[in-house]
Design a protein around this ligand. Structure first.
Ligand SMILES: C[S@@+](CC[C@H](N)C(=O)[O-])C[C@H]1O[C@@H](n2cnc3c(N)ncnc32)[C@H](O)[C@@H]1O
Ligand code: SF4
Length: 463
């Protein structure tokens, strides 16, 4: 069906269970409440030359999309951004000072910056400029071709000069949230945005020289049919984004209040959803898109595709990335940092986040120190998701173990998947086959020490 994919609906139905998307291992639900910010301070101050990746979370949205499962605050009050920005700059100051406290100010270079949300363009052009100028005064940013400076954009929340302002500030990648161009679907999820608006922002971003443009779509939304989503996809393909994320709608109304406004009876049946995703893979493949993995597709000349070919692809909290060798510093409410073996998540509650900063404390809510076993399993899970294989000899030398003995139980559990042709195990490697690519999460879950027999209902299904 595609260069590296076999579509087998019956096999998918058999294996399609809920599970983590593994943007980290251990996953964020294994983080535990932090009694103090000391461990994070130590991790930030650690003397190393490792490059940095900065993630800044801007939680505000002017409107609510009923399907949304993101960490956001819906408000029309633009003044809330003033206070938020003030606190965010203070958090930047605190963390930048700690990174520098190892004696060589500004030694560590920022190779990646991502503004996510919520809706980062809830901030005005002046506020975005103030934020980026503040960051560049506190950190050294790489000027290399490969540096990645990106932002998530809701096309409805874009001032006439915002894209130009962002480009002038150094952003070189944009991601547009679209979800679906069908009006009935848009109305049902309270996100009406005309197709012309999307074409317009795409053209504008291209003309300004953004080097990679991503579009987010969601399948499984109310009133979507195979026919309607085929039409949506054809329209999007004709806009030729460099990357496409086609997310499976995670409908968890008990967790996300706005989803209660979506009637279960309006959602497409499981068989229709499966047909939609099958069609998407087929059409994107025919249009020349490479299937990177999970929900991600990219044109062959996009960095995501070339990084995968060269074995340089990584995964972090933003999904697939070309800069996995960085320490990640999260800034803003709910953001997550990954510093060496340490994960630290900020308060998800705005007032708790502010109160910590008011008290000159890092706003650390939860944390987790990865141990030796976590690192072995992380290496396997990320290897399977990014490179579709793991080498036993590499595991042995990297972690000083006899990996086949260490993973005896897991390899035994994989016998069924191997018999079904989803994986292949030989003396040297464990590989994901073309037939197993869409079930890769299921293979990963076998190596997840925290998933055995636990409740996976809080996670979404692969398809
Ligand atoms: C923070 S939003 C993107 C930026 C901006 N707020 C927007 O909506 O355009 C991140 C993306 O998550 C995806 N998303 C949100 N809720 C989801 C859900 N319940 N299931 C699957 N994908 C979801 C959407 O595709 C959305 O574009
Ligand atoms: S999808 Fe984007 S704009 Fe819509 S509510 Fe979620 S974060 Fe806000």
């Amino acid at each position: 069906m595609s260069e590296h994919l076999i579509w087998d609906p019956l096999m998918i139905q058999r294996y399609n269970r809920s599970g983590p998307r593994y943007t980290s291992y251990p996953t964020a639900i294994e983080f535990t409440p932090a009694s103090s910010d000391e461990d994070e301070i130590e991790a930030l101050s650690h003397a190393t030359d490792k490059p940095l990746s900065l993630y800044l979370h801007i939680p505000f949205c002017a409107h609510v999309c009923y399907y949304c499962g993101c960490n956001k605050i819906v408000t029309k009050d633009k003044d809330r951004a003033i206070t938020y920005l003030d606190y965010l700059l203070r958090e930047i100051d605190m963390k930048a000072a700690m990174v520098e406290s190892n004696g060589s100010p500004k030694r560590r270079v920022v190779e990646q910056l991502h503004l996510g949300g919520g809706t980062p363009t809830f901030l005005s052009d002046e506020q975005l400029t103030k934020l980026v100028n503040h960051l560049t005064s506190r950190f050294t940013f790489s000027e290399s071709e490969s540096a990645d400076y990106s932002i998530e954009i809701d096309p409805r929340e874009l001032g006439p000069n915002t894209l130009k302002t962002l480009r002038d500030l150094g952003f070189n990648r944009v991601s547009f949230g679209v979800q679906d161009v069908n009006l009935t679907v848009q109305k049902a999820v309270n996100r009406v945005q005309p197709e012309e608006m999307i074409i317009d922002v795409m053209d504008n971003a291209r003309a300004l020289g953004f080097r990679s443009i991503n579009i987010d779509l969601i399948y499984g939304l109310p009133f979507q049919t195979l026919e309607s989503f085929t039409d949506t996809l054809d329209r999007i393909i004709s806009m030729r984004p460099d990357r496409l994320s086609i997310f499976n709608y995670a409908h968890l109304p008990q967790r996300f209040m706005p989803q209660r406004r979506i009637n279960d009876s309006d959602l497409p049946e499981a068989a229709e959803k499966l047909a939609i995703f099958g069609m998407a893979i087929q059409r994107l493949s025919a249009a020349g898109y490479h299937y990177v993995g999970m929900d991600h597709f990219a044109l062959p000349d996009d960095e995501l595709s070339s990084a995968q070919q060269q074995g340089k692809l990584h995964r972090n909290f933003q999904g697939y990335t070309t800069h996995g060798e960085c320490d990640l510093i999260g800034l803003g409410v709910s953001s997550i940092s990954q510093l060496g073996n340490m994960f630290a998540q900020n308060y998800t509650d705005l007032s708790q986040w502010q109160s910590a900063i008011d008290n000159d404390r890092l706003p650390t809510f939860k944390q987790r120190q990865a141990n030796h076993d976590d690192n072995i399993r992380k290496h396997i899970i990320m290897g399977l998701l990014c490179h579709l294989k793991v080498s036993f000899a590499d595991l042995d030398t990297r972690f000083d173990i006899n990996s086949k003995e260490y993973l005896k139980d897991e390899l035994h559990k994989l016998a069924g998947m191997e018999a079904d042709g989803l994986i292949h195990i030989d003396d040297a490697t464990l590989c994901i086959t073309d037939a197993g690519r869409l079930m890769v999460r299921q293979t990963c879950m076998v190596f997840d020490a925290y998933r055995h027999g636990s409740d996976n209902k809080r996670f979404s299904q692969a398809i």
